[in-house]
Design a protein around this ligand. Structure first.
Ligand code: NAD
Ligand code: UDX
Length: 463
């Protein structure tokens, strides 16, 4: 089957960049990205390319090249479903906040709504692709909804999880480590897999396209995220031991990373991992394991989250303790609010939890992040429901300039590893601060000895 029309439901951090790259690399395929969120679609269509809703290095160029040619953003979900041969589902699958599995299981209501809408609208055969990260065996539920329409339309369901990381999404999409496609072993299933392979073959080498059955594909995604997050919790666990023993976690990470069996990537000790995926997906894995009665498996993976929560709490406790056991009415400057550099995404960012702890201690938090607005910072804190929105607003000061953010502050906490923080005039910052001037480097990006030479009291993670 020659694919000429693709639709993607969900114009978020995955749907937007993924479809933009498919459109760029497959000019003969019309790609329509749809979303219920009108504001988001309007931003994707904004004439000023700087206003697209997601900040990712290089994304503006890809969108500018394809938009209006074969890449379209729309709120007309039904029309896009009706016309497409392949429908990607890329909607959010957050942790449930109610009912059975609250706080652990993935909330599949958005997925189910998509499946029902596809079932209602489709008039000819479709390939439905799970792009969202889903619990293993979700395809079964989707299939059962799609197969009960009674209108004779045939659906093939594929699992094609996305492995991009934010901040490097465009590069990850252009040069993926692998593309994973799970499908049925039936001839129709294999035909559907082949159709999707042909799309990716426009730019991905054949040896990087891996096919498997649907369940293995679904579970591989959760497993990949669990392994990645586990490395961070493992090195963070060591960072605490390093602090007690005089070892340096950067040196330890370097030494173990040179073992080719361990590898050097993803061994950076930090204030704790954030982002919309790791915690959600591990909690989901834990829930699935528990639902099969596999309590040891569940406990094993849950420890990754427990360690991460501990690391965030440890960071805020240390700030309070070091500032003579009180931060009440002290100005503490946060450099960075995003969960990692080169993104405007703040979901589950460690900064949110550290700020929440410090506001409990009556600190004033001054935030500077090159890509995050005050509105988002306050929304993140309000979401925790620790205190009223007006109390949060009173305790958070926002700045568009790092030097103003640091002026008169008692301490600086680095929460995101933005490159620009390294280049600042640290002497100028020191001169403007209360003394002693403290720096808590939650990302180990600053030059500790150089800061100490200026006069700062510097503390990194794990040394
Ligand atoms: P997101 O919240 O940024 O985007 C999801 C979009 O789907 C939203 O704009 C929402 O309005 C829209 N939506 C929800 N229900 C809809 C419906 N019924 N019809 C039309 N639109 C609807 O989420 P995201 O970060 O893009 O993540 C999407 C999925 O991809 C999740 O399952 C996530 O786990 C997975 N994933 C995310 C990343 C990442 O880095 N963010 C990486 C890999 C996989
Ligand atoms: C992750 C996975 O990497 C990606 O494959 C998947 O598709 C989605 O989830 P993402 O969350 O966007 O991607 O970013 P990632 O680079 O994995 O970073 C996650 C968090 O871990 C960030 O807060 C980052 O700062 C932190 N981290 C990462 C560390 O603390 N140390 C490290 O060594 C690496």
């Amino acid at each position: 089957m020659k694919i000429t029309k693709i639709c993607c439901i969900g114009a978020g951090y995955v749907g937007g960049p993924t479809m933009a790259v498919i459109a760029q690399k497959c000019p003969e395929i019309q790609v329509t990205v749809v979303d219920l969120n009108e504001e988001r679609i309007a931003a994707w269509n904004d004439e000023d390319i700087n206003n697209i809703p997601i900040y990712e290095p290089g994304l503006d160029k890809v969108v500018a090249e394809a938009r209006g040619r074969n890449l379209f953003f729309s709120t007309d979900v039904e029309k896009a479903i009706d016309e497409a041969q392949i429908i990607f589902i890329s909607v959010n699958t957050p942790t449930k906040t109610y009912g059975k599995g609250k706080g652990m299981a993935a909330d599949l209501k958005y997925i189910e709504l998509c499946a029902r809408q596809i079932a209602r609208v489709a008039k000819d055969n479709k390939i439905v692709v799970e792009k969202s990260t889903l619990p293993v065996r979700t395809a079964e539920a989707i299939k059962s909804i799609l197969d009960n329409t009674g209108n004779g339309v045939q659906f093939q369901i594929l699992s094609n999880p996305e492995f991009l990381a934010e901040g490097t999404a465009v590069q990850d999409l252009l040069n993926p480590d692998r593309i994973l496609i799970g499908g049925d072993t039936t001839p129709e299933g294999q035909k559907a897999i082949q159709a999707l392979i042909e799309v990716y073959s426009n730019w991905v080498p054949a040896d990087k396209i891996l096919t498997t059955n649907v369940w293995s594909s679904e579970l591989s995604k959760l497993t990949a995220n669990a392994f990645l997050a586990q490395r961070i919790s493992s090195i963070n666990a060591m960072s605490e031991l390093c602090e007690k023993t005089g070892a340096d976690v950067n040196e330890v990470a370097k030494a173990i990373g040179m073992d080719s069996r361990i590898g050097s990537k993803f061994l950076k000790a930090s204030v704790g991992f954030g982002g919309s995926c790791f915690q959600k997906d591990i909690l989901n894995l834990v829930y699935i394991a528990k639902s099969y009665g596999l309590n040891e498996v569940a406990d094993y993976w849950e420890q990754v989250i427990i360690m991460n929560d501990h690391q965030k709490r440890r960071f805020s406790n240390n700030i309070v303790q070091t500032l003579y056991n009180t931060v009440s009415d002290k100005k503490i400057t946060f450099l960075g609010w995003a969960f990692k550099k080169d993104t405007n995404d703040t979901r589950e960012s460690a900064a949110i939890y550290v700020a929440d702890d410090l506001i409990n201690e009556n600190a004033k938090i001054a935030v500077y992040d090159p890509k995050v607005s005050r509105k988002k910072v306050l929304a993140d804190l309000d979401y925790l429901q620790t205190r009223t929105a007006s109390t949060n607003a009173d305790n958070v000061l926002s700045f568009d300039n790092p030097y103003d953010a640091c002026k008169n502050s008692h301490a600086i906490a680095v929460l995101t590893e933005w490159d620009e923080f390294i280049q600042y005039d640290w002497q100028k910052i020191y001169d403007s601060m209360q003394k002693p001037a403290f720096v808590f480097d939650g990302r180990n990006i600053l030059n500790g000895p150089a800061l100490e030479a200026i006069g700062f009291v510097y503390q990194g993670i794990g040394s």
